[in-house]
Design a protein around this ligand. Sequence first.
Ligand SMILES: [Zn+2]
Length: 145
Amino acid sequence: MDRTALASTVAACKALIDTRFPEDGENGAAAMLLKDGTVLTGTAPDAFNPSVEVCHETEPYCAAYRLAQRIVASVCLHRESGGRTVVLSPCGVCRERLAVHGPGVLVAVADRQDPTTVVWKPLKHMLPDYWMTVFPDETARGWTA
Ligand SMILES: [Zn+2]
């Protein structure tokens, strides 16, 4: 994977947080790198009822589908009040959504010693016992336990 493209994806995510939310506060965003090199970003609106809120990844995920592009990497960042920005690994729902793009999709997770540092992992390493691994067609596509 192109390290420069991955770094640009993280930078685009940080830039969205800083431009959309210039005031101090708790905010986040996501960015996804597409197969053609495009970087898509997104953020999630607040709602009165938190149960209807969506993940930051939702906007770039849907845009990739609209553009008929494969997602090759995904990052989600959360800026805490005071400015520290931590890496959020994709939630279970986002992992399931990203699975459509294959077991090799790179996802950003927090470094265990420094949660502000991105560590890239293939999605299949996040889902070692993924439910699709019992189907032979899926193991042929790379979903192996
Ligand atoms: Zn999610």
